[in-house]
Write a protein that binds this ligand. Sequence first.
Ligand code: SAH
Length: 517
Amino acid sequence: MAKGKVYLVGAGPGDPKLITVRGLEALRRSEVVVYDRLAGPQLLGQIGQAAERIYVGKRPDRHTMKQEEINQLLVDLALQGKTVCRLKGGDPTVFGRVGEEAELLKKNGIPYEIIPGITSAIAVPAYAGIPVTHRDLASSFSVITGHESPDKLDRSIQWDKVTNATGTLVFLMGVAKIGYISEQLIKHGRPPSTPVALVRWGTRAEQATLTGTLENIEAKVREADFQPPAVIVVGDVVRQREELRWVEDKPLFGQRVLVTRARAQASELSARIDELGGEPYEYPVIEAKMSEDPAVHEAVKAALAEAETYDWVILTSVNGVDFFFRWLELCGVDVRRLHRAEFAAVGPATAAALKARGIIASALPEKFLAEGLLDSLASRLKPGQKALLPRGDLARAWLPQELRKLGLTAVELDVYENVLTAPKDDFLLEVLREGGIHAITFTSSSTVTNLLEALRRSGAERPEELLRGIDIACIGPITAKTAEENGLTVTACAEPSTIEGLVQALVRCNQARNKRQ
Ligand code: SAH
């Protein structure tokens, strides 16, 4: 069998966007991804569902894989002919043991590539507003491991040289040894007043920074119970933070948001969350599909065969527009045959989807709800008129009922089906259990029910309880009602019912959460 290939990829410090373009390409191309906790599990959203994921990090219920076992695993997978991506936190060559992995691959004649990443040693201080060098403050920096026991540290680090050789000192894996490290640096000549910063989980929602001096930092770390992983920065550059801090000032800083809407539609919401300093966690629980039911096909065909007879085409979602046009195409119906019809859209996104197809909606309600649409059309809806309502299979019955009450003929058309997806995500339950999700967005009633079902299928017996304490932000009152009926407590509702309205609801949640803390 032909041998596979192994990409040893630096994933960057945590923010999934801080991987290199080449690293991302390798990740997407791979059939197996071997990852651990530092190598942003969220990057896994980038790989196809078919790719295998192997977690080799620490787990409470299982022993951690030893480095030798990981080395061998990479070889075994490649010998099976697979393309493998070994994702490593930060840069693979900075305390990443990539040398050992590459060595064994080489020995076995397996081709590999080492794809650099952004090391936490530089990126994490930068996210705290600390540049590791500065024209006036530090013209060099060192990156030092603090992981070993003090006597080993003494053997591997020449403290007298380290202390005095360079400007900024950056310690990785050093939190547990902070007292010892400060003591050595003072002993060998750094002033006790030298500024020190510890930055934990830099570039992620949990980013937290503690500052002090060589003299008092150990006490501060203890007092705050400041846990690893953190980067320790020692030197005058730390003072820059007072002026340069930036991440913490964004409105969604510290908030990791579960985005449940369909993958095809999630990107706009995720991009806005990201832009405002939050961390989107995409977990699409719903997907729109064309029905495979022959009865549905017949019904749509029959309805479209009478295209000339409609006075109204009323669209209540972007999906409705997309799939309606797919059906027109599939049935070979020219849109101009709907010449009599006025088009109405329930919200601006739906109207924009129509506009992209050359159709200007005649009415847009003030409130982006079916109820609002009816209000704004009221004077123009006449008994005897015929309205076509292309929609999803889960659409509410309210609008057609009201149209019928007004004497119109309402033809409901299931142009798409909402199906539940429960993407495999071993990591999500863990993150939820650890309180790592701070807010959830629901953009329709089905995202509520589907998320609960998806979590049940993933092994959560009481998903409502798992979600307790998490801010719940809903696109509108109907979705909020569904959430409440399903045992969730809604924290904020979008006003207006648009994606931007939802993002602003998240901002309100974050402000309230910051006040509570
Ligand atoms: N190869 C990695 C470093 C691996 S050693 C890199 O280049 O970044 C692991 C140590 O890196 C941790 O103990 C911690 O000191 C640091 N680290 C990695 N990611 C971090 C993050 N997001 N925030 C703070 N420290 C981080």
